[in-house]
Design a protein around this ligand. Structure first.
Ligand SMILES: Cc1cc2nc3c(=O)[nH]c(=O)nc-3n(C[C@H](O)[C@H](O)[C@H](O)COP(=O)(O)O)c2cc1C
Length: 198
């Protein structure tokens, strides 16, 4: 399976449509397979001072048909405040085995309550839920690494789903016989597919 996808994602004779579908398959693999390199892309936001902020996240869900992906975060973390102020966000991943880079951009919505958050929380394993069971919140300066204390039932209140509705997906493949770069842009429901100079 992995070898088939590897061939598909790096075949130089692919059409733009093939490339889009292969890119979507990589992201779907990341959401489904904890061992996939696409499991841990970088989420990029605009920091409070406007400077870019990138951090590794776990890709929890990917829906190609609806063009969104989801990651989970602590609602007290800096990225949530950044996205609340400016919802423009990006996702970046590099697959060295397949020699494929993907870059996505779009707008993020934050879900602390409601059906999106409830469904994600219900599906989380206890050890993942425990990540949110901590005081004070992530990023707080502490006197020593052992200073954080657990708070039990507070964890659900700190849980937040970030849903990135992406409007651009850019693919770059580094091939022995030439590089390939393609960009897919959705605007008003219409898809524009372009080859770009790598
Ligand atoms: C492999 C890996 C996976 C991670 N997954 C997540 C994640 O899914 N959600 C998250 O909020 N932070 C995750 N982190 C931690 C973030 O990279 C980051 O350090 C933290 O969220 C604080 O970021 P912020 O201060 O920009 O909000 C992960 C880190 C690593 C190394």
């Amino acid at each position: 399976m992995a070898e088939t996808r590897q061939r598909d994602a790096s075949r130089v004779s692919q059409s733009l449509d093939d490339i889009r579908q292969a890119s979507e398959a990589l992201l779907a693999e990341g959401a489904a397979d904890p061992g996939s390199v696409w499991r841990s892309p970088a989420l990029v936001t605009a920091g409070a001072d406007g400077a870019p902020q990138a951090r590794t996240v776990v890709l929890r869900r990917f829906e190609a048909g609806e063009r969104f992906l989801e990651v989970h975060a602590d609602a007290r973390s800096a990225k949530i405040g950044e996205l609340a102020t400016r919802p423009d966000a990006g996702l970046h991943g590099w697959d060295a085995a397949r020699q494929v880079q993907l870059r996505l951009t779009g707008r993020a919505s934050l879900h602390r309550t409601g059906p999106v958050a409830d469904a994600a929380w219900a599906a989380l394993r206890p050890q993942s839920r425990a990540t949110y069971d901590v005081l004070p919140g992530p990023g707080t300066v502490i006197a020593s690494p052992e200073r954080t204390s657990h708070v039990g039932e507070e964890a659900r209140g700190a849980f937040c789903v970030i849903r990135l509705a992406y409007t651009t997906l850019e693919y770059l493949h580094l091939g022995k016989d030439g590089h390939r770069r393609a960009r897919f842009t959705w605007s008003g429901g219409a898809l524009v597919s372009d080859w770009l100079v790598p």
